[in-house]
Design a protein around this ligand. Structure first.
Ligand SMILES: [Zn+2]
Length: 259
């Protein structure tokens, strides 16, 4: 019979949409994390060419910043390529909802397997060029087409995620991992986000792992910025161990042992 062996409770802090264009938003936050008395390893979701803008991997200053984060024990993962949805216009109401109303950033939502493979390979090649370890891929807005899922199965990567789950690859083994996430771009969304996240934080307080999914826009509003700092401090006080996603997959998650 399989038995769950728990290794304590963990927290995974992920910074979405990392690119030179978003660094000015993130910088004060990262500095605040670095000033904490406990080291908090974070997972940085790197976009190679954010919105077809300047190339992240051709920016030497930004590359050395990311290099220094790796040396500190943070993890870098691939987060799409352009982070915007350039596929042909949606044709069904569901696609219209997902790709125009829910988000316009679902880059991997409309891709067939071949396109998804090409785009994944292009991103993976950039990490390889830097000599950086790469274990994970997170689709922009967490949206993956079937083609993307197939491409990930043969990618050689260790994991991918959606808002509720971390999947080990290649078999897409699902590990429950709820995420706190804000939608901070308008005043009413910030109010709602505060309430929704407070409730989720309470609901998941006994969960083995909780993820904190941060976005650059959160950092522009003190209510969101302060919320994240306090959430991290609270979870540390509650005894959660901060880990990167890959550290958690390797060491933190409950492993099934045969008895
Ligand atoms: Zn994103």
């Amino acid at each position: 019979m399989a038995e769950l062996i728990h290794s304590g409770r963990d927290m995974l802090v992920a910074l979405h949409d990392i690119a030179p264009q978003t660094w000015q938003d993130y910088r004060p936050f990262v500095e605040a994390i670095d000033r904490m008395s406990v080291s908090v390893p974070m997972t940085w979701l790197v976009v190679p060419e954010f919105h077809h803008g300047k190339s992240t991997f051709d920016d030497p200053a930004f590359m050395s910043l990311l290099e220094s984060r790796l040396a500190k024990g943070d993890e870098l993962v691939l987060h799409g390529y352009y982070h915007c949805d350039d596929a042909p216009a949606p044709r069904t109401p569901k696609d219209y909802f997902m790709r125009r109303l829910y988000t316009v950033e679902g880059e991997f939502y409309g891709l067939a397997e071949r396109e998804a493979t090409e785009r994944l390979n292009a991103g993976m090649a950039l990490f390889e060029r830097q000599g950086w370890p790469l274990k994970g891929f997170v689709a922009p807005a967490w949206l993956m087409s079937e083609g993307t899922r197939s491409a990930l199965r043969t990618s050689g990567l260790d994991y991918t995620t959606d808002p509720k789950t971390i999947y080990s690859l290649p078999e897409f083994e699902a590990h429950s991992a709820p995420t706190l996430v804000w939608s901070a771009r308008s005043a009413w969304r910030r109010k709602m986000s505060y309430l929704v996240n407070e409730r989720a934080k309470h609901k998941h307080r006994e969960a083995q792992v909780v993820r904190l999914g941060l976005h650059p826009v959160d950092m522009r509003y003190s209510v969101a910025f302060d919320y994240w700092i306090k959430a991290i401090e609270d979870m540390l006080d509650e005894g959660r161990t901060p880990r990167t996603k890959h550290q958690w997959l390797r060491a933190g998650r409950p492993h099934r042992a045969s008895a």
